[in-house]
Write a protein that binds this ligand. Structure first.
Ligand code: HEM
Ligand SMILES: *[C@@H]1O[C@H](CO)[C@@H](O)[C@H](O)[C@H]1NC(C)=O
Ligand SMILES: *[C@@H]1O[C@H](CO)[C@@H](O)[C@H](O)[C@H]1NC(C)=O
Length: 508
């Protein structure tokens, strides 16, 4: 009796204190809510009912176009200067190569990544190169460029890629492949998922010297990979939000997606810290992974973590995206596939990847139509005027749209929509880089912040394509016009479902 009574009293007391809590919370929250309301009202200043802004806000474009990027491409094509302004977003978007050269090279200092960008990705990337401007960027850039180009590190990455291909990727495909004569009732696999796991393994080994074993059939996807996926997906969602104050408020109260993001980032951090600790104990003089290399000159563990996490993000999804869309295109262009195989037979051993000019041209052609980084934004520091005369007010977000740029008739000719690797080959049979300049097709960015992983990724992608098409035919089951999922890189909604056919009997 007595015990029931005390428990009853304590329940009352708990309820009472809960009430008090709520009350104080409300007191605390009210000014914040008011503040947020003010922010909304302030952002309404940018309200605009021009045709483009209305279509954007109401998403009415979606009834005519499969993807946002397709709609923007049409708008950019119609604009005489190939530049548009989405007023409600405070965002100038351009597909004009002169403007791109202006912002990425000529007036580089005036177009940093800027605060809004570092706010979006700051929690995940910290001070890493991808998210840094000024001194910190310059330091990491110089150091990483030297490292990635060192012969010993190059050899290290080639070795990682080839062992991941022969020990994991090929056995995985082989285990589900059917023979040429069999009916098409083999296993269906999501090739995009396979490439994401592959690229994750490779980047983990290159960045940390750590093998997460994502492609190991028997293992579930590593906790690290899962946390990393969640973190980058949720960060991308922040970037697409029309009203940034909403995610900022959610972060403040640690609720919903922001709570999930925080947890994922904590997971990434604890794993990264663990690896850093282990590395420090092991000593690092003899290893070639980026972490070990940076350890020589960076003492701060948090900064070390930031540096390698940026590389993970930069080098993983981009490669997986290119490979996925490449195999999608290849399934529709048997002629190109046969030409790559002919080149392979002509050259002989797979070791001579750098000689496979046609394969490189085919990869570029695929990235022209489906760049992994579809658009890229900077923030204007001081009032400026672009090459085409567009006035840019201080603080405006300026975006170049790589996807649209690969689809401009003026640059690529009437047959811009065709998948034709030959357009990248000069008369003397050599691969020619860009028709005019990198600014016409900034797949890897251009200017002082051009991608540092370009050579490495080309080596990696060529190695994968060469190894796979030598042994298998990939039949795509959902190859209609691609629909992209929201993310930092172009990722197919629903993946790439394929069946794998063995070309030659491999003895294994
Ligand atoms: C197909 C593969 C790839 C594509 C299309 C690509 C594309 C890009 C683009 C567009 C940027 C500029 C991003 C921005 O300004 O926000 C960039 C930057 C960067 N990429 Fe890549 N990338 C690829 C692979 C890689 C790989 C494998 C690595 C790692 C070794 C890498 C490392 C980086 C780094 C560190 C930066 C930042 C450079 C800086 O800010 O100075 N990328 N890349
Ligand atoms: C490249 O790396 C492999 C494996 O790590 C090693 O056996 C080989 O000697 C290296 N070659 C050069 C030229 O450094
Ligand atoms: C930037 O341009 C705006 C709009 O024309 C103008 O009001 C402002 O004074 C300019 N700022 C500077 C620093 O020139």
């Amino acid at each position: 009796m007595n015990t029931t009574h005390t428990s009853y009293m304590s329940t009352i007391r708990t309820l009472y204190s809960l009430e008090l809590h709520t009350f104080f919370l409300l007191l605390l929250v009210c000014p914040l809510l008011l503040f947020l309301l003010l922010l909304v009202v302030k952002s309404q200043k940018r309200w605009c009912n021009c045709a483009i802004c209305t279509a954007y806000v109401t998403s009415s474009w979606a009834s005519d176009y499969p993807n946002l990027c397709d709609w923007l491409t049409d708008l950019l094509r119609q604009s005489p200067t190939h530049t548009i302004h989405i007023h409600v977003l405070g965002n100038i978007i351009t597909a004009n190569p002169d403007n791109v050269e202006h912002m990425l090279r000529r007036n580089f200092q005036n177009y940093p990544k800027g605060k809004p960008f570092s706010a979006i990705l700051g929690d995940l990337l910290g001070q890493g190169i991808f998210n840094a401007d000024g001194e910190s960027w310059h330091f990491q850039r110089k150091m990483a460029a030297v490292e990635l180009n060192a012969a010993s590190v190059r050899n290290f990455t080639v070795h990682i890629v080839s062992s991941e291909i022969s020990n994991r990727l090929l056995p995985l495909l082989d285990s589900i492949a059917i023979d040429n004569s069999e009916l098409p009732d083999g296993e269906v696999i999501d090739l995009q998922d396979v490439f994401r796991r592959f690229a994750f393994d490779v980047m983990c080994k290159v960045s940390f010297g750590l093998d997460p074993g994502c492609l190991e059939l028997s293992l579930p996807v590593s906790e690290f990979a899962k946390a990393f996926d969640t973190a980058s997906m949720l960060s991308a969602r922040r970037g697409a939000a029309a009203f940034p104050f909403i995610w900022k408020a959610k972060r403040l109260f640690n609720i919903g997606s922001e709570r999930e993001l925080k947890r994922a980032i904590q997971m990434v951090n604890s794993l990264a810290n663990e690896v850093i600790r282990q590395r420090k104990n092991l000593g690092f003089a003899s290893t070639h992974d980026l972490l070990s290399r940076f350890m020589g000159s960076v003492q701060d563990d948090k900064y070390l973590r930031d540096i390698v996490i940026s590389f993970m993000l930069a080098g993983r999804d981009t490669v997986a995206s290119t490979l996925t869309l490449f195999f999608l295109q290849l399934s529709k262009h048997t002629r190109v596939k046969n030409s790559i195989r002919e080149e392979q037979e002509r050259i002989g051993s797979c070791e001579k990847l750098s000689n496979m000019q046609y394969l490189q041209a085919a990869l570029y052609e695929s990235m022209r139509l489906y760049p992994p980084v579809q658009f890229d934004s900077k923030f204007c520091l001081e009032n400026d005027t672009l090459a085409d005369g567009t006035f840019v007010r201080k603080g405006t977000r300026v975006t170049y749209h790589c996807y649209a740029m690969g689809r401009m008739e003026e640059v690529w000719g009437k047959d811009w929509a065709e998948f034709r690797p030959e357009r990248w080959i000069r008369d003397d049979g050599k691969f020619s880089f860009f028709p005019e300049s990198a600014f016409e097709c900034p797949i890897f960015h251009a200017g002082p912040r051009e991608c540092i992983g370009k050579q490495m990724s080309l080596m990696e992608m060529k190695a994968v394509v060469a190894a796979v098409i030598k042994r298998f035919d990939i039949e795509v089951l959902n190859g209609n016009s691609p629909k992209f999922a929201l993310g930092l890189t172009a990722c197919l909604n629903g993946g790439l479902l394929v069946q794998v056919r063995r070309r030659i009997q491999t003895k294994q």
